[in-house]
Design a protein around this ligand. Structure first.
Ligand code: P6P
Length: 322
């Protein structure tokens, strides 16, 4: 018999146990939106939704039509859940807040609606990433949004590729579900995903090598000497999903252009760091554990290194020596 993601959530007596129905209702908002996004992506080349939307997002990046669609789908599906107090999106300058009491509006959902969307026009995997925090008891929305990653109650992503896979954690391991188009449901396909202790790959944009801080080039030269292969898709969710399944290390180091890193803390690094640790791996900003960073702003960037225990402990050792 199949297990759908909704059933799986209800079976897991979690932090949501006093309201497992609430969390699975929240998650159904995310899965519904990602099924809408998936349907649009599948036929993108045929329905004129490829290419630029003709405006820039808060990041100053050209919005793709599908970015805008994905953002609207998530805002719509999640805004209808009355347990949501605020929604934070990579596409929106400010959080979308709802006038709900602390008792009702208990959750903050932070997401990157379509990461890597510049790759869609060349038919490369893209993804949706989400992170869920519980609203603080005093109800302060801003402080509830800017909690460190250690306080996440759930996180996950959907990778839209040859198949569409949802991967999530609520702190009780990492579980993967493959969308079965025949029934329109995410069906359990990867129970209790564990990142191999060591992998065959490193994943980094080597074009930035000249501007990395000391230690990074030496570390990667050591891995090459140990026979590692390089894999870099340039779509974070795809590079991360491979790293969870096969092991190895993904790095987006500080660069001259972006000394604070390129990737976003709240809706890229934190959710993936939570998943990585839950799968037995590690995540760092180069000097400390990603999940312990105290955010200062919702679009804050961070250097991001994530992967198997062996590669990450080696990385930390090399960086201590510089
Ligand atoms: P670069 C895609 O634009 C993205 O945000 C991530 O998905 C990806 O990991 C990264 O940027 C790629 O950046 O500088 O290597 O092209």
């Amino acid at each position: 018999m199949i297990t759908t993601v909704q059933q799986h959530i209800l079976e897991q007596q979690q932090d949501f146990s006093e309201a497992s129905g609430t969390f699975s209702w929240l998650l159904s908002g995310i899965t519904l939106a990602t099924k809408m996004i998936e349907a649009k992506i599948r036929s993108a080349g045929l329905t004129g939704v490829l290419g630029a939307y003709g405006s820039e997002n808060v990041q100053g990046e050209q919005q793709q039509k599908l970015d805008v669609y994905a953002n609207q789908a998530l805002l719509h599906c999640l805004g209808l859940r009355d347990s949501v107090a605020a929604l934070v999106s990579e596409e929106d300058e400010e959080p979308v807040t709802f006038d709900r009491s602390v008792k009702t509006g208990k959750y903050i959902i932070i997401f990157d609606p379509l990461d890597g969307s510049s790759n869609i026009d060349v038919n490369v995997n893209v993804g949706t990433i989400f992170s869920i925090h519980k609203r603080l008891q005093d109800g302060d929305l801003n402080a509830s949004i800017l909690q460190p990653g250690t306080r996440q109650v759930a996180a996950g992503y959907v990778v839209y590729g040859p198949s569409t896979v949802l991967v999530y954690t609520t702190g009780e391991g990492v579980h993967g579900f493959t969308l079965d188009p025949a029934i329109g449901a995410f069906v359990l396909s990867h129970e209790n995903m564990r990142m191999p202790d060591r992998g065959p790959y490193y994943s980094v944009n080597e074009a930035n090598a000249a501007s990395w801080p000391d230690g990074y080039a030496e570390y990667l030269a050591e891995l090459r000497g140990e026979g590692y292969s390089s894999r870099y898709i340039g779509s974070l969710v795809a590079d991360f999903h491979r790293t969870v399944l096969k092991g190895g290390v993904f790095l987006y180091p500080p660069t001259r252009k972006q000394p604070g890193g390129k990737l976003r803390l709240l809706y890229e690094a934190n959710p993936l760091a939570f998943l990585a640790e839950q799968a037995g791996g590690m995540a760092s900003n180069g000097t400390g554990r990603t999940l312990e960073i105290q955010p200062a702003g919702i679009h804050q960037r961070t250097p991001f290194m994530v992967g198997s225990r062996w590669e990450m402990e080696r990385f930390q050792a090399v960086m201590r020596e510089v």
